[in-house]
Design a protein around this ligand. Structure first.
Ligand code: FMN
Length: 344
């Protein structure tokens, strides 16, 4: 990898956080979860203070069924962001995803911007690499680089991100995805940790999820549309260029993605993409997800109030989830998954 390309990767990750925080790059259409209503239980007969939301995810017990999904790494400011996010996950007992580790594979000195294990000893930590990038390492016989990056952060799982929309919109984007499925399959059989396939905000349909399950993927993060739009981010980065702005809102809404995937696969589903509260999370779990996650609200909370801000946002989600459970008379997540639902 040339030094110019290394610089580009580092610069891009910094720009992404700045744009997400300062520009309007959320989807114009929602997740579809607003069309989903729980039947209100006017006569609950459980104790709100005794509601239990522990979840089991890929063999790990979580205190709450939430995950902060991949956001950053690979440039100086990312070090504090990742450490604040991960420390908050430790405090609240939820899962955590690091941003793409491409930067640290290209320049190992950037590894420290992903170092969180010391502040998150018990957290389910996910490493991250782009599917296209993975295919390049596979073709070059360099899977060992990916394994070394996972060992360096002591990852519990590897998220392989599928960001075809973003690559197609980026003028410098990666266009030849022909070897990608084979590389994912090879990673599933070679790596000792489970592989999670995640979208990055454009959603996933059931057939794709099924194909990924057959390849050996152990969980799916649908990352549907309705939250952060990666085509909007890329359109912001390339204002001066000939843009195909009609793809700003391309994608399968999160609600549909969850239902699609849940009907096709047996592996756990993470619902993300525009999940903004514990109530959204409750609806997502009722539709078939095991965990609910988000990136933007937690990056925003970290930016305004550091680790305490992230803890407080997770606590807000917790209160909101427990309120939804109380009002559907659900003592635990198993009962929530059967709560009566009305879809408009
Ligand atoms: C600043 C930022 C950077 C991101 N970087 C990555 C990344 O490196 N790898 C990845 O898999 N997803 C990345 N994502 C995508 C998120 O994990 C998530 O799938 C997507 O933003 C939708 O969730 P949201 O609406 O809660 O933001 C990033 C998201 C944000 C906000």
């Amino acid at each position: 990898m040339s030094p110019v390309m290394q610089q580009q990767t580092k610069k891009r990750k910094g720009e992404h956080v700045e744009i997400v925080l300062n520009k309007d790059v959320q989807y114009l259409h929602g997740t579809g979860l607003d069309k989903v209503k729980f039947a209100h239980c006017a006569l609950p007969h459980i104790n709100l203070d005794r509601i239990q939301c522990r979840a089991l995810f890929l063999g790990k017990r979580l205190e709450l069924p939430f995950m902060i999904t991949a956001a950053t790494g690979g440039y100086q400011k990312a070090e504090k962001i990742n450490r604040d996010l991960a420390a908050a996950c430790q405090e609240k007992g939820i899962a955590f995803g690091l941003g793409s580790q491409r930067a640290m594979i290209e320049d190992p000195s950037l590894g420290k911007t992903y170092r969180v294990r010391d502040v998150a000893p018990d957290v389910f930590v996910c490493g991250n690499i782009g599917a296209y990038q993975l295919a390049q390492y596979y073709k070059a016989g360099e899977f060992a680089k990916v394994e070394a990056a996972m060992n360096r952060i002591d990852a519990d799982a590897l998220c392989i991100h599928l960001n075809a929309l973003q690559e197609a919109i980026q003028p410098e984007g990666d266009r030849d995805w022909t070897g990608v499925p084979k590389a994912i399959e090879a990673a599933c059989s070679r790596l000792s940790i489970p592989i999670i396939a995640k979208e990055t905000g454009a959603g996933m349909d059931g057939q794709t999820a099924k194909a990924l399950e057959r390849m050996g993927v152990k969980a799916i993060d649908v990352s549907g549309s309705g939250g952060t739009s990666w085509s909007a981010v890329e359109l912001e980065r390339h204002l001066e260029q000939d843009r195909i702005a009609e793809f700003r809102d391309w994608g399968l809404p999160t609600s549909i993605s969850i239902v699609e995937c849940a009907s096709q696969v047996k592996i756990p589903i993470i619902a993300s993409g525009g999940i903004r509260s514990g109530l959204d999370a409750a609806k997502a779990m009722r539709l078939g997800a095991t965990l609910a996650g988000a990136a933007y609200p937690f990056v925003k909370a970290q930016n305004s109030a550091g680790r305490a801000g992230v803890v407080s946002e997770i606590s807000r989600w917790e209160r909101s989830l427990k309120t939804a459970m109380f009002l559907t008379n659900s003592q635990n997540l198993e009962q929530l998954s059967k709560a009566r639902l009305l879809v408009y």
